[in-house]
Design a protein around this ligand. Structure first.
Ligand code: CNA
Length: 282
């Protein structure tokens, strides 16, 4: 399972890293508070800040990281039961992980719907509207509702696939790898509570996250108490962590070569133009 931290090396800021995270850099949007940009009620009143940000962060402009290709290797070797992601940047798909192996818990930019009449719109349509600096609005007669990409805002339900997969996957999970997430957004953050008590849980992140709030609660990760027998925090960058793990597995060269090969293909597809943007300045 992963969060924004597996994509920061691609140049996409996360939410909460002090200084570089989106929440510290949204002054230009004049929001009442940073989270408002992803809140449904605020969006209905003031959609402009979200669409301005969506243009900056639009999928298709970034290349997957070493961490994404590590997940792809897990898949190719038949070890990936499922990858649960909070990310909306679609880099897992770009990295070649098939849709049936993914749970995009906070939705994707793949499709969009009118908030009023639910008419579906394609990614190409909404992309053009966003890049023309318009607030996309429904073209159906007498509707003109706002059209929103199918990413999950605060105040919206997660896709049905999330709970459907969770109930069948978690009992089969024999190693949970958690990468690049502050484990603060529910219900995603409680996935680690659903695996069997005998399943080891490995966190690869810049800081410890998701720790249990009380010694007795039994919920959350437990790295430091004497009772811990299965939780491990590897602190550092996700890419370094994946590379270190790949090294232990004897896959280091394969992983590095896969990333070089795939990035070359992405560059070729984009007509030799450098594909990767500089880190986004919001
Ligand atoms: P977050 O709350 O911003 O936390 C990110 C975590 O990753 C923090 O603990 C950081 O310390 C850590 N981190 C950042 N960069 C690295 C790195 N290179 N290596 C190791 N650790 C790192 O983000 P979460 O994903 O936990 O929060 C959930 C939100 C963020 C979801 O709703 C996402 O939709 C949303 N989000 C997604 C993207 C994206 O799609 N790339 C970008 C920004 C936010």
């Amino acid at each position: 399972m992963s969060g924004a931290g597996i994509s920061t090396a691609a140049g996409i800021p996360d939410f909460r890293s002090p200084g570089s995270g989106l929440y510290d850099n949204l002054q230009q949007y004049k929001l009442p508070y940073p989270e408002a940009i992803f809140e449904l009620e605020f969006f209905k009143e003031s959609p402009e800040p979200f669409f301005k940000l969506a243009k900056e962060l639009y999928p298709g402009t970034f290349k997957p990281t070493m961490s994404h290709y590590f997940i792809r290797l897990l898949y190719e070797k038949g070890l990936l039961l499922r990858h649960y992601t909070q990310n909306i940047d679609t880099l897992e798909r770009v990295a070649g992980i098939p849709g049936e192996k993914l749970v995009e818990a906070h939705g994707t930019f793949h499709e969009a719907h009118c908030l009023h009449c639910r008419k579906a719109y394609s990614q190409q349509w909404i992309k053009k509207e966003i890049f023309d600096d318009k607030v996309p609005s429904c073209v159906k007669d007498s509707c003109s509702g706002i059209v929103k990409p199918d990413i999950v805002f605060f105040g919206e339900n997660l896709p049905d696939k999330f709970s459907a997969c969770l109930s069948k996957d978690m009992k089969r999970c024999d190693l949970l790898i958690i990468m690049g997430t502050s484990l603060t957004v529910q219900p995603f953050a409680s996935i680690p509570d659903h695996v069997p008590d005998t399943t080891p849980r490995l966190l690869i992140n810049r800081e410890k996250s998701g720790q249990r709030f009380s010694f007795f609660s039994g919920k959350g990760l437990d790295f430091d108490s004497p009772k811990n027998y299965r939780d491990v925090a590897w602190l550092g960058s996700c890419d370094d962590g994946c590379l270190a793990l790949a090294d232990l597995l004897g896959w280091k060269d394969e992983l590095e070569q896969l990333m070089v090969k795939e990035h070359k293909m992405i560059d070729e597809k984009s007509g030799g133009k450098p594909h990767q943007k500089d880190a986004v300045k919001v």
